[in-house]
Design a protein around this ligand. Structure first.
Ligand SMILES: Nc1ncnc2c1ncn2[C@@H]1O[C@H](COP(=O)(O)OP(=O)(O)OP(=O)(O)O)[C@@H](O)[C@H]1O
Length: 229
């Protein structure tokens, strides 16, 4: 599903963010990406969603060579990838229902299908009673659930989450983890999640890939935190 073969990424300022990385993530996996600040986690995510291209090696996601994608094809490719950030990024003037529908309207889905899927997603993220609320009327945890709903509306094959629990307390973070696990199981979505939250990684055990200075320094199938941070 996600294959990095000999991937290196150097930014124009000379920073080597990813160094000769080779790694395979299978369809349906749920993987944590951990590592100290500046170790290359966000760059790894950007190589997956096509925001950055590798200088060396190949990044293949859902049978697409992402680094070789023509500019015009990037939006089509991105339909395969749902993205969730720490800071929510919901559209403030749209309701929860509209925020989720927006992602589907953007790809020209028909109205009937949008209504059906948004209801399904609202149920999955447990926000049926908040459908008509605006983001500012929601708690942080609810906003993050709405963001996740928006990210999965188009049934992406891969969901990348960059510190999705970064702004939430432990209880809300666990709630988000249980939701992501549900999406992973029920929607068969492959999930790559960047996190600094040692407690989460220890309690919701999953394959854990640790980066340091652009290198993979550990790849543990059973997960759990290590001493690299
Ligand atoms: N657009 C950019 N231009 C130049 N250098 C960059 C750029 N983006 C990231 N870097 C550098 O590349 C390295 C890796 O950054 P990256 O954001 O991937 O790390 P990270 O592990 O996600 O860090 P954090 O945990 O702080 O988010 C850092 O040294 C960073 O300063």
């Amino acid at each position: 599903m996600i294959d990095f073969v000999g991937v290196s990424k150097t930014y124009p300022n000379g920073v080597h963010a990813i160094k000769n990385m080779t790694l395979h993530i299978s369809e349906g996996e749920f993987v944590y990406l951990i590592g100290p600040t500046g170790s290359g986690k966000s760059t790894f995510i950007k190589l997956i969603d096509g925001e950055e291209v590798p200088d060396e090696g190949t990044v293949t996601v859902v049978n697409t060579n992402v680094g070789k994608l023509k500019f015009k094809k990037v939006p089509y490719y991105r339909r395969n990838i749902g993205v969730v950030f720490q800071d929510f990024r919901l559209l403030p003037n749209l309701t929860v229902f509209e925020n989720i529908a927006f992602a589907m309207e953007a790809i020209g889905e028909n109205k009937h299908e949008i209504r059906k899927r948004v209801r399904e997603v609202l149920q999955l993220v447990d926000l049926e009673d908040k459908a008509r609320c605006f983001p500012r009327e929601l708690s942080g945890g609810q906003q993050q659930r709405a963001t996740i709903g928006r990210a999965i509306a188009n049934r992406p094959k891969v969901l990348v989450a960059d510190e999705p629990t970064g702004n939430l307390d432990p209880e809300k973070s666990s709630e988000i983890m249980r939701l992501l696990e549900r999406i992973n199981e029920e929607e068969k979505t492959t999930i790559v999640m960047v996190t600094h939250d040692q407690q989460l990684v220890d309690s919701f055990k999953k394959r854990t890939i640790a980066l340091e200075e652009g290198y993979i320094v550990a790849d543990m199938m059973k997960g759990g935190y290590i001493n690299h941070e």
